[in-house]
Design a protein around this ligand. Structure first.
Ligand code: NDP
Length: 339
């Protein structure tokens, strides 16, 4: 059985979802209540592969909210993730994806030191960040959507915002090794990590956001931001392909300009309907078929009975592993969301 640990994008979102899911006692509560709410299994899922194979899964709502990071309720945030993992393990789930901020909190606050959660010793091999599949899907979106828009990679400048992150660095490695993209612009705040990445890649220009965006034909946004940013589409190239891979979305409002094509990054579409309720709640256009690529990774590992933490730690994702997960993604009927 596979599992998905998820969370909602804001307190307001959480309150409206609680009402819809039939938890009225959660719906009128503020952040403090969510800080103390325990994890819950809120959905049972059945996925059928195009090969005919069927698997079962569970959705674990961690009750984490990004406001907990913004208001420095760090202890609550870390407890949410550990408790959700313990909950998944207690329910016998073999492989669980740490969706959205779960894996970022796990890494940033070094939660591997807190293996014991009450009477449960966490078995980390039962968990995956899902970032290898996410990075692979974002790269497919770069390659395929640019073609749809007539942007030639051999003449294109690609800006990666969040380049030193787990997903961002994997995207850079793939674009360098597997495509003939002309220029790579590397954006993040920590200069030392940017220089390390640049040295590893042997290419890429380190630029600030304001200088990079007007130069980019393609922007891959994979920064870990608890709140989105506003960008002025008039400052971008036209055409420009903007792939927003953040959760919550890194762009606060939909960029509206005929020359700027915004694509939900790291999202896959399955070829067959998935039997679940949960995706309606995260506002997918086709809730029965569209999902986060990180969640799909735990499904793929379950289909292949690869019970291992396929994506784990930071900046370890190799092009070979991206190719491997990409192959099984296609085999079971997932494809990247396109324009
Ligand atoms: P990491 O924490 O590993 O990396 C985050 C990157 O963003 C780092 O390079 C960091 O560098 C940079 N960053 C953070 N804040 C800013 C800022 N204000 N300006 C510029 N750069 C910034 O995160 P992941 O790679 O694991 O995840 C990236 C995003 O992808 C997250 O939003 C996550 O929720 C989302 N995601 C989506 C999935 C999907 O299935 N679609 C799956 C998993 C994650 P620095 O700190 O130096 O600025």
């Amino acid at each position: 059985m596979f599992g998905l640990i998820g969370h909602l994008t804001s307190l307001e979102h959480a309150q409206s979802v609680a009402r819809e899911l039939g938890y009225p006692e959660y719906a009128d509560q503020g952040l403090d209540f969510w800080c103390s709410a325990p994890p819950q299994i809120v959905d049972n899922i059945t996925v059928t592969s195009v090969t005919g194979q069927k698997i079962e899964g569970r959705y674990v709502e961690s009750c984490f909210l990004p406001e907990m990071l913004a208001t420095r309720k760090i202890k609550a945030a870390t407890r949410k993730i550990l408790n959700a993992m313990a909950h998944a393990q207690k329910h016998g789930i073999d492989i669980t994806a740490l969706g959205g901020f779960s894996s970022i909190i796990f890494e940033n606050f070094k939660l591997e030191q807190f293996r014991q959660v009450r009477n449960i010793q966490l078995e980390f091999e039962r968990f995956t960040t899902g970032n290898t599949h996410t990075a692979y899907i974002i790269c497919q979106q770069v390659e395929q959507a640019s073609k749809q828009l007539g942007i030639e990679l051999s003449k294109a400048t690609v800006a990666v915002c969040g380049a030193t992150g787990d997903i961002g660095s994997a995207v850079c490695r793939w674009l360098d090794a597997k495509t003939n993209v002309k220029d790579l612009l590397l954006i993040a705040r920590n200069q030392e990590r940017l220089q390390e990445l640049q040295a590893q890649l042997g290419r890429g220009k380190i630029l600030g956001l304001e200088s990079a965006l007007p130069l980019a034909d393609i922007i891959v946004w994979v920064a870990s931001m608890p709140k989105g940013v506003e960008i002025d589409p008039k400052l971008l190239k036209h055409p420009c392909l903007l792939i927003d891979g953040g959760y919550p979305k890194n762009l606060a409002t939909k960029v509206q300009h005929s020359g700027v094509h915004v694509l939900n990054g790291g999202i896959v579409e399955h070829s067959l309907d998935i039997d679940w309720k949960i995706m309606q709640i995260v506002n997918m256009d086709v809730p029965a078929r569209q999902l986060f690529a990180c969640f799909a990774e735990s499904m793929l590992l379950e289909f292949e009975k690869l019970y291992t933490n396929f994506s784990w730690g930071r900046n370890q994702i190799t092009v070979d592993k991206m190719e491997l997960i990409g192959k099984v993604s296609v085999k079971h009927g997932f494809r990247p969301l396109l324009v």
